[in-house]
Design a protein around this ligand. Structure first.
Ligand code: NAP
Ligand code: F7E
Length: 349
């Protein structure tokens, strides 16, 4: 049985990756931050019977900014594979919290790479490492489509911090002969996507509007274009990278981009609604510097990893819209029964 160690296990990708690794027979260890409310909702369906003697999913309190804790965990767990998915991953928020973002995304990566280097020495075995890099590193794109060789031009504190993590991972590969891979993943979404990212914000709002729970949807730049894929497909690419003979960098994308405006149309058309009647522009959602378009070329991932995206953006929009219509129906039932659901009216960035 192989053992995996995941930071960011409570996030969208962490939950899909955990699901897939458990199905492959892995023992999975995840780092969870202490929070004042439950933050393990996305893992709920993976919890095992607490009376089982050795459950394959184990959660540990920790934080990417706490290097000594990470080193202690890696030393004691001695994983075969480490997936660094933890991040302050919201681009807009990174403008408000540049230092926090850099501490988690850039220095957090440094903490974890050191912990893995130390863990390899003490365990006397190779630990394979996956770094969650991002298409945000391309920012103001220098060529279209973007490949593993396209120069970076990040346009946010988040993008800058990811560039640091990317190059540090390559540096550890070259300096210490570590098996360390960089996955340059383009936007990937799902019904588990955080509700402040634009696709999920749209599908949540459209479901609520359809059932009379919300009147308007306030958005920022509708002209930005993204290459959107399904998160379940993308975590499979992460795993495939760590099963190769040699470590490398890979772009993971669908090779098709559409504007935010078109994603809105896909979702509102699913509900039989006209988006123009419900969407309003709120400049609070504009970013100081925007990434206008991202389009990935996944040729290398297809050729070397045998990876293929299984879901088109049109299918993704319907998958998310259907899921969020069900959530809206549950909310409608509560409202009709006289329950106060004001806590479900969330604020976003
Ligand atoms: P996500 O849903 O925002 O999840 C982020 C995870 O990081 C959560 O588990 C979060 O924990 C954890 N985290 C935050 N701060 C931390 C800290 N200080 N120490 C340890 N863990 C911390 O992100 P995602 O969409 O799954 O993305 C996974 C990774 O891929 C991230 O590194 C992201 O930057 C990168 N990425 C994402 C995309 C995309 O389109 N989704 C594309 C390219 C790259 P809490 O639950 O406690 O907040
Ligand atoms: O924005 C525009 C916004 O926040 C997409 C992260 O996972 O992918 C993600 O970063 C676009 C941008 O994702 C709203 O201006 C319009 O152009 O969903 P997003 P992102 O910034 O592309 C990359 C690859 C990552 O690595 C990140 O971790 O949509 N937009 N109106 C809006 N965006 C938001 N959030 N909210 C709006 O109201």
């Amino acid at each position: 049985m192989k053992t995996a160690f995941i930071t960011g296990i409570t996030g969208q990708d962490g939950s899909y990756l955990t699901e897939q690794l458990l199905a492959k027979g892995y023992e999975v260890h995840g780092v969870v931050r202490r929070a004042s409310t439950f933050n393990t909702d996305r893992l709920e369906h993976l919890y095992q019977d607490p009376h089982q003697p050795n459950p394959p999913l184990k959660l540990h309190y920790g934080d990417l900014t706490d290097g000594s804790r990470l080193a202690g965990l890696i030393r004691s767990i001695q994983p075969d594979e480490v997936y660094n998915l933890g991040a302050q991953s919201h681009v807009r928020v990174s403008f408000d919290q540049p230092i926090d973002t850099a501490n988690i995304v850039a220095l957090g990566t440094s903490n974890l790479l050191e912990a893995v280097r130390d863990g390899q020495q003490s365990a006397g075995k190779q630990i394979r490492y996956y770094q969650a890099c991002s298409s945000e590193m391309f920012g103001k794109v220098q060529e279209v489509p973007q490949t593993e060789r396209t120069p970076f031009y990040p346009r946010s504190p988040y993008g800058c911090a990811k560039v640091f993590g990317h190059w540090l991972t390559i540096n550890y590969r070259e300096s210490y002969d570590m098996f360390a891979c960089c996955g340059i993943l383009f936007n990937h979404e799902s019904p588990r996507r955080g509700e402040t990212f634009v696709t999920r914000k749209i599908t949540r709002a459209a479901g609520r509007i359809k059932l009379g729970l919300q009147e308007k949807l306030y958005l920022g730049n509708l002209d930005a274009q993204r290459d959107w894929g399904f998160a379940g497909d993308y975590v499979d690419a992460m795993w495939r990278m760590l099963q190769q003979d040699e470590p490398d960098n890979y772009v993971v994308a669908t090779g098709k981009m559409i504007p935010v405006r078109r994603f809105c149309e896909l979702v509102f058309e699913f509900h039989g609604l006209d988006p123009e009647q419900y969407i309003e522009i709120d400049p609070r959602y504009f970013r100081p510097t925007e990434v206008d378009e991202l389009l990935g070329d996944p040729t290398l991932a297809k050729q070397k990893l045998g990876w293929e995206p299984t879901t088109t953006v049109e299918q993704l929009a319907v998958m998310m819209a259907e899921h969020d219509l069900e959530l809206a129906k549950q909310e409608r039932t509560l409202v009709d029964a006289g329950h106060d659901v004001s806590s479900l009216n969330r604020h976003d960035q």
